[in-house]
Design a protein around this ligand. Structure first.
Ligand SMILES: NC(=O)c1ccc[n+]([C@@H]2O[C@H](COP(=O)([O-])OP(=O)(O)OC[C@H]3O[C@@H](n4cnc5c(N)ncnc54)[C@H](OP(=O)(O)O)[C@@H]3O)[C@@H](O)[C@H]2O)c1
Length: 248
């Protein structure tokens, strides 16, 4: 179901966590996945593990904050494969602290990575996708982009910004067969949440109707659906994948 044969996907932040899970799932669905992060060794090892399973994958180092590097990355993909079908903006960072204590550099790092990084990649893929008259862009936001969270003013603003970016670009690109959607994960078991204290995790789980923290596969299967032909009539939307945490 939701096959993605002969597609080419660029996945940012694929060196670990949710991005790695997305790369595995899309590769298993038939896509050639280009795994990207700042750390070539780490993404190369993800791509090699996929190739060892007979799947199609490659790796590239790129800091998504640098627009020139992103433009070159996308040009190289189009040169090599002749197309780019799927962009998953997954790379993200946190610099959590209360607003009163938040430094300008904590603000800039988070906004530049989580929001400007997505602007850079969307801008770079939009020209080849417009030419192809098809494409799928999937942005990984967060439930805190919907609700806000104390201690995460920078992160919440960046993730709410991604939702606006999704809607604006969905409107701009829709007439050429390109869809842009957003996923807002709840608490997912990765390095990003590994630092949470046991008592904090227990309290969080109490607030989640499904009674557990999610895993990377929960997000990856939603990406696969949104990337597939089955989701061709969906654009500009944000889907919470959060165990029911933010249901209204
Ligand atoms: N885990 C959760 O509970 C949760 C919940 C809601 C939303 N999310 C979102 O889901 C996404 C993935 O989260 P995760 O938990 O898997 O995080 P993670 O384990 O910390 O991984 C983050 C990824 O982003 C990459 N990255 C960071 N800065 C980058 C940059 N400037 N250029 C290129 N790559 C960069 C990292 O690679 P390198 O360090 O190798 O560059 C890494 O692959 C993030 O956007 C996060 O905000 C996560």
């Amino acid at each position: 179901m939701f096959e993605l044969d002969n597609k080419i996907a660029l996945i940012t932040g694929a060196s670990r966590g949710i991005g790695r899970g997305i790369a595995e799932t899309l590769a298993q669905a038939g896509t050639h996945v280009v795994c990207v992060s700042r750390n070539l060794e780490a993404v190369q090892s993800v791509a090699n593990a996929l190739k060892d399973q007979g799947l199609n994958a490659s790796a590239a180092a790129c800091n998504i904050v640098e627009s020139e590097s992103v433009a070159v990355l996308v040009q190289n993909i189009v040169k090599e494969f002749g197309q780019i079908d799927i962009l998953v903006n997954n790379a993200g960072v946190t610099r959590d602290t209360l607003l009163m204590r938040m430094s300008e550099s904590d603000w800039d790092t988070v906004l530049n990575t989580n929001l400007k990084g997505a602007f850079n990649t969307i801008k770079a893929v939009s020209r080849p996708m417009l030419k192809q008259r098809r494409g799928r862009i999937i942005n990984i936001s967060s439930v805190v982009g919907l609700t806000g969270n104390a201690g995460q003013a920078n992160y919440s603003a960046s993730k709410a910004g991604l939702i606006g970016l999704t809607k604006a670009t969905a409107r701009e690109l829709a007439s050429r067969g390109i869809t842009v959607n957003c996923i807002a994960p709840g608490y997912i078991d990765t390095d990003m949440t590994a630092g949470l204290k046991a008592e904090v995790k227990t309290e969080l789980i109490k607030q989640i109707p499904l009674g557990k923290i999610g895993n990377t596969n929960d997000i990856a299967t939603m990406v696969q659906f949104l990337a597939s032909d089955a989701a061709g009539y969906i654009t500009g939307q944000t889907y919470a994948v959060d165990g029911g945490l933010t249901m209204s």
